[in-house]
Design a binder for this molecule. Structure first.
Ligand code: SF4
Length: 253
């Protein structure tokens, strides 16, 4: 039995310590991505899920996860401010991969939110993300009793993601696994080609990281040559993450 399985077997439902996480991360750096997904599914069973934004290269993580567990829960948040192309891409992948898709939405729909809070993405994007992304996602994890969630973020995507560990705790203490953290853009491209999977349709127009677009040039814009893929998000703000992925200065997380 590998060390990761021993650690999990001895811990049961107790949270992992910083030392456990460190040990797991050392071992996980050597494991293949599909093996990491297998570890999550074997360890957490139906309490393991995948979070997907149905962004530029989301098909990779969805395909990997469903190869291991075809009915794994796929959680996505429809903020009400997504590109119509994202909704179409989501529905196309859901059909094609037969996804067990669980769509969560904010408590207020788009119109009610704007009426109550105005164009919050212009003045307080952190608060807007907390309301429209983080709250529905945290609610999903609670309602579905998730203990481990997987995400397709990669170290290469931005400076803030460069030190992403393969396994960590999220802000509420659940296990968060990043099976493709080490992948490069070429790895992604090769995988998509090998499995005949699509990129998000807006990628070819220069959107390399795709989230909301409540109005033109807010929250998501095209990326210029040489910029990192995440630079098109919240341009003009000191913000690079929506709150689902939290990075602490100096923590390596
Ligand atoms: S990405 Fe923009 S519109 Fe979407 S929740 Fe965050 S601030 Fe609001």
């Amino acid at each position: 039995m590998a060390r990761a399985e021993v650690v999990m077997e001895s811990k049961g439902l107790t949270p992992l310590s910083a030392e456990d996480l460190q040990e797991l991360n050392v071992e996980f750096e050597e494991r293949s991505s599909i093996d990491l997904v297998r570890w999550a599914v074997e360890t957490f069973g139906a309490d393991a899920a995948v979070s997907s934004s149905f962004g530029a290269d989301s098909a990779v993580m969805l395909h990997l996860a469903t190869q291991v567990k075809p009915d794994i829960k796929i959680i996505t948040v429809d903020t009400g401010f997504l590109f119509p192309e994202t909704i179409a891409f989501r529905d196309e992948l859901a059909r094609r991969l037969n996804l067990n898709l669980l769509v969560y939405r904010p408590v207020m729909d788009r119109e009610a939110f704007i009426q109550e809070h105005g164009r919050m993405w212009r003045s307080s994007p952190d608060a807007c993300c907390a309301f429209n992304k983080r709250e529905p996602f945290d609610r999903a994890k609670r309602e579905l009793a998730i203990r481990c969630w997987m995400t397709g973020i990669r170290r290469e995507q931005s400076a803030t993601r460069r030190c992403t560990p393969i396994v960590q705790h999220d802000h509420v203490g659940l296990v968060k696994l990043c099976p493709i953290a080490r992948w490069t853009a070429k790895d992604v491209h090769d995988y998509l080609q090998a499995h005949d999977l699509p990129y998000h349709p807006l990628r070819e127009q220069g959107y390399l990281s795709i989230g909301c677009q409540p109005e033109e040039d807010y929250c998501t814009r095209k990326v210029r040559p040489g910029e990192d893929p995440r630079s098109g998000r919240w341009a003009g703000f000191d913000k690079t993450e929506c709150g689902l992925h939290v990075y602490e200065q100096g923590s390596g997380i």
